[in-house]
Design a protein around this ligand. Structure first.
Ligand code: AHM
Ligand code: MG
Length: 335
């Protein structure tokens, strides 16, 4: 029988590679893993909402039912609060970040977490994959209240990032800047088990993922790229196959496994695109770059953008390196 490595074991083994590490980041990742299991349990019974009660109803245990995204947000923030390794959480669900540094357990906490607790939540009702995305930064100062510049750090400064995909199976994929590893939840033992060690994205692929319904609002470079994807050229395996789930985590995860590109560009009515820099684009960019791929706005690397706002949006082109570079070439030719 093959030996199983659980997420917990893996994190501890990796920590041993850094002799001066004190285990705080490991504990933080473990806390996120625990919250992910609780969210997974709830996601899996989402279809029972009509039987178990809608948001606002009181269930048989006397608890008020919550919307899944609100529930996920609560679970992650609670895990981070209780865990004591995180001093500040910026969540898609909150206009302002949640400052935990006043809690005695988190007083000396070194890490800031940006999180989208349940991304793609419009897919819940139709039983389509959804995800959680997280990004971790180190606190810069310990002698003063948390500063804006500590929260709005450039993506390259991430110390770790990951996502959880609640799909036909549930997976947690993360990086601490030394490659990417994927773990699949084994529901029979309730553990994330290492299933995808050292994940790599192919330099090129044949999948393209974009919401083509917005075609008429796309910039010229993206329109040209879509045309390129649809042209016949056996040498480059074109035409490519179009695949779009509408859940960023699921679309990028599939492309990471199979090779491909995901694009959510600026449009004529949304000049910064739709997706958020701090808790959607930066963490996915860190993971994809660590897997050997690339992430760009079309013009610049996502990870080099200096954030100005917590909920800032940016256009994103992400995936197999050569495919992203082709789009960047078109942005140069059709500025
Ligand atoms: P959300 O944060 O409101 O769930 O929106 C983010 C999601 C992404 O997961 C996905 O890539 C995108 O929205 C899809 O948008 P669209 O429906 O415009 O194609
Ligand atoms: Mg989102």
């Amino acid at each position: 029988m093959m030996a199983i490595t659980t997420l917990g074991q893996f994190i501890i083994e990796k920590q041993a590679d850094f002799p001066y590490a004190k285990g705080e980041l490991s504990r933080l990742l473990r806390d996120i893993g625990i919250a992910a299991k609780l969210v997974n349990r709830e996601v899996n019974k989402a279809g029972l909402a009509d039987i178990l009660g809608q948001q606002g109803d009181t269930n048989i245990q006397g608890e008020v039912q919550q919307k899944l995204d609100v529930y996920a947000d609560m679970q992650f923030i609670n895990a981070l609060k209780v865990g004591g390794e995180c001093c500040y959480v910026a969540s898609e669900e909150h206009e302002e970040g949640v400052d935990l540094s006043m809690n005695t357990v988190s007083e000396k906490a070194k890490y800031i977490v940006c999180i989208d607790p349940l991304d793609g939540s419009s897919n819940i009702d139709s039983n389509v994959s959804i995800g959680t995305i997280f990004s971790i930064y180190r606190r810069l100062y310990t002698d003063r209240p948390i500063q804006q510049e500590e929260i709005l750090q450039v993506g390259r400064k991430q110390v770790a990032a990951g996502y959880i995909i609640y799909g036909s199976s549930t997976m947690l994929v993360y990086t601490t800047g030394c490659g990417v590893n994927g773990f699949t939840l084994d529901p029979s033992i309730g553990e994330f088990c290492l299933s995808h060690p050292e994940m790599k994205i192919a330099p090129t692929g044949s999948l393209y993922s974009i919401n083509e319904g917005n075609y008429s609002k796309f910039p010229q470079a993206v329109k040209q790229y879509i045309k390129y994807c649809q042209e016949i050229d056996p040498a480059t395996n074109r035409p490519y196959t179009s695949r779009y789930i509408g859940s960023m985590v699921a679309d990028i995860h599939r492309n990471l496994i199979k090779g491909g590109i995901f694009i959510y560009p600026e449009t004529s009515n949304h000049p910064n695109g739709k997706l958020r820099l701090m808790y959607e684009c930066n963490p996915m960019a860190f993971i994809v770059e660590q897997a050997g791929g690339k992430a760009s706005t079309g013009n610049n690397a996502i990870l080099d953008i200096q954030p100005r706002l917590l909920h800032q949006r940016v256009p994103i082109v992400i995936g197999s390196r050569q495919m992203v570079e082709e789009v960047e070439r078109l942005y140069l030719n059709f500025p």
